[in-house]
Ligand binder design. Sequence first.
Ligand code: SF4
Length: 327
Amino acid sequence: MRDLLTIENLRTHFFAPEGTIKAVDGVSLRVREGETVCIVGESGCGKSITALSVMGLAAGSSGKVVGGRIEFDGRNLLELDKNELRTLRGHEIAMIFQEPMSSLNPVLPVGEQIMEPLIEHLKLGKKAARARAIELIAQVGIARPEQIANAYPHELSGGMLQRIMIAAAISCSPKLLIADEPTTALDVTIQAQILDMLRRFKAESNMSILLITHDLGVVAEMADYVVVMYAGKVVEEGEVTELFSHPKHPYTKGLLRSKPILNHRQDELYAIPGQVPNPLELTVSCYFHDRCGQCMDVCRSREPRLREAGERHRVACWLYEEAVAYV
Ligand code: SF4
């Protein structure tokens, strides 16, 4: 499989009066054609900023991509100008967000919002774009698509809005779909339907998916490859079956342990002790050391690097360094 998206040593920082927040600090990952890569981790670990950096949406008044390379289908996205990025977005790379209500325009009927990329990128006329929008609304499993096309976002449920977002995102048959917590706000039945739909579209079009989630159940269902992030860095990555059956990093193990198990009585759900560190107070160390039951002296003063831990499996943890001469 060919690499479609390659991120190398990406660093996206935010400059606050209190100091620099290294939201993404040296992240590398790749997504191959037709592959689903899940980025998993707790809130604030840099998953969404990684995705927004790919879309060219992370830089704002206080944020900036300060280093690295994002190559998509042979082009370095960080070298494209605004117009080139706009052409790419919604056409070759599309994104769906957790909260469709805040992503859709509240004063525009949803059908028109699906028509927009069809008119802009595929140069369809209004009539053809509307017909295609109605087709797409039907494809995402919404009944009465003609009427729904005329509805405003506030008239639809959360599940329907997420389907509308998906219809708009897949309208131009993107090569890469970035989905940022697309099912978090939905109940489990709708969540299963949405995931099913994404899998179906992926199979039909060989689309690649970069899925951001904190939910390991979603990862298990969707991922081919998993990237675990913590405090702006990748701490472990591997193929989904390998990572779930042989997790190495104590953080990954903790995430897996905190996942509820169906049909298995658990008097108390496990939670990883402590919290993600304050990004303004990070020192050279393993950033997980305050929460890790296996922390050693070296973990507090030196940063572990990602090392091979098997075939397509890498981990950043001093427990897996071969020579512990530094201790
Ligand atoms: Fe724990 Fe040390 Fe590994 Fe960090 S490097 S996860 S503190 S054992």
